[in-house]
Design a binder for this molecule. Structure first.
Ligand SMILES: [Zn+2]
Length: 221
């Protein structure tokens, strides 16, 4: 595992300036907490942190097109009151639409953590701004998962409005600039290498899944 390197307050301030310049806006949130189910003792559920402590600064971006409801979220692990990164967890960039997580990517907190978050945020933003309209029916296309692990694409399934009654597809990277394509290719190359290495070591590959540790899990020690 690469060494964890947490950002300093200065680095985080610099990151905030840059991400706001991209058009993102900040928001504060508390981590989800576990509540006892019916019949369960509440004793094993530690009390959640106070509202003010433990609040994390995140960012979101919405496109100017009111029809396009996809939103990019950035979770930074930065605790606003404490002015430091959380001990646990990683950064995440998400694209959310209709209440569903359509795209999720994890960024480990190593040396270039905030740079990587910026890169991935900019790329997710370009995908949302550049969300394609179907050439046949002009509706906004949707993000879909392909068969292959982690493979996404744009699709329009309004087949009744298509002369050939077939879905229309578009490449996931269609809106990206050359520079962004190069970044995406670099990330994919590394991911392939990592999978290959894991296979060699006999470990199974786990795709990045969004599962933040709950307060209860984090306090378990
Ligand atoms: Zn269509």
């Amino acid at each position: 595992m690469p060494t964890q390197v947490l950002p300093t307050p200065e680095e985080f301030t610099n990151f905030t300036t840059r991400v706001v310049r991209l058009g993102f806006r900040g928001f504060l949130f508390n981590r989800p907490t576990l509540r006892p189910k019916e019949g369960e003792s509440s004793a094993k559920f530690p009390r959640t942190p106070t509202a003010k402590k433990g609040r994390e600064l995140g960012f979101f971006f919405r496109s100017k097109d009111p029809e396009n409801q996809y939103v990019v979220f950035i979770w930074t692990t930065w605790l606003i009151r404490e002015q430091r990164a959380r001990d646990q967890d990683a950064g995440w960039v998400l694209i959310v639409g209709n209440g569903k997580r359509l795209y999720v990517t994890e960024i480990r907190r190593t040396k270039y953590f905030l740079e990587r978050v910026l890169e991935k945020s900019g790329i997710a933003q370009t995908r949302v701004i550049g969300r394609q309209r179907c050439p046949l029916c002009k509706n906004l296309m949707e993000i879909k998962w392909g068969r292959a692990l982690g493979q996404r694409y744009w699709t329009c399934q309004n087949v009744d409005e298509h002369p050939d009654h077939l879905p229309q597809h578009e490449s996931w990277d269609v809106a990206l600039s050359d520079e962004q394509r190069a970044i995406v290719e670099r990330i994919r190359r590394r991911r392939r290498q990592r999978r290959k290495r894991l296979r060699k070591e006999g470990k199974s590959h786990q795709p990045a899944r969004l599962r933040r540790r709950t307060w209860e899990e984090r306090t378990r020690g």
